[in-house]
Design a protein around this ligand. Sequence first.
Ligand code: DGL
Length: 261
Amino acid sequence: MPETPPPTILVFDSGVGGLTVFREAKTARPDAAFVYLADDAGFPYGNQPEDKLIARTADVIGAAIARHAPDLIVVACNTASVIALADLRARFTVPFVGTVPAIKPACAQSRTKRIAVLGTQATVSREYTRALIREFASGCHVALVGSPRLATYAEAELAGTPATDVEIAGEILPCFLDEEGQRTDTVVLACTQYPLLAERFRRVAPWPVEWLDPAPAIARRVADLLRERPVAAVACTQTIEFTSGRTPPPTLKKALAAFGF
Ligand code: DGL
C-alpha cells in the first residue's frame, strides 16, 4: 500500500509574527511540508477596517490554497483570526486553526485574578475578544490593552532596526495595574509578533509577570487535527513567501535562517 505523504501545512500571518507559531508547529509535526506566507504587502492588519481585512485574507489565502493545496491552514495572527476566521471557514473546505487571545488559561493561572490582554487595537476592540472575556473570565479582572505600534517594533527588531526600551515600555505599561496591592500577574500575548519581543518586555516590565504565549497550545491543536496522518520518519521542508515579492534584506535573512529558512 502506498504511504500517505506528510501533510502540507500553510502558516499565515501579516508579517513575521507567525514564525513564533510556526516554530512550535514544526516541533509538533517535524515531518510536514511547511509553507509560511507573510502578507507583508498588507501589513499592519491591526489598523485595517474589518471588511477590507476579510476580503484581503480571503484573496491571499485563496490564492495560496490554489498554489499549495495545503491539508491544514494555521492563521497565526490574532487580528486575522478574530475578524476573518469565520468567513475563511465558510469559504474554504480546508481545516483552519486560528490564534485567539488565551484568556481562559490566563485567568485560570492568575493568582491575583488580574490579567491584561496585550494585542493590536483591532484584536482588543473586537466582539470576539469581549465574548471570550464574558465566557471565561468570571471573577478575574481583564485589562484590554491595544497597542498601535508593537507589531511594527517586532518586525523592526527582526529586520535589525530595534525600537528603544522607552518606546517598548510605553506600549506595555498600561498592562500593569496595581489596585490596593493586587497587581497584574499575567499578560496574554495576543499578537503573534509579541513573543519576538518577550526578552525586551521582561527587561522593561515594572514587575515580573507571566507572559502567556499561545503558540504551544496551537501546535497541540495542529498535531491533534493531523493525528490520522502518523508522523513520518522524514525531515520537514519549509519555504517562505512574502506577498510583496521582496527579497528579505540581510539582517532579516539572518533572522529567518534562525527559524530554519
Ligand atoms: N500578527 C498579527 C496578530 O497576531 C498582527 C500584526 C498586524 O498586522 O497588525 O495580531
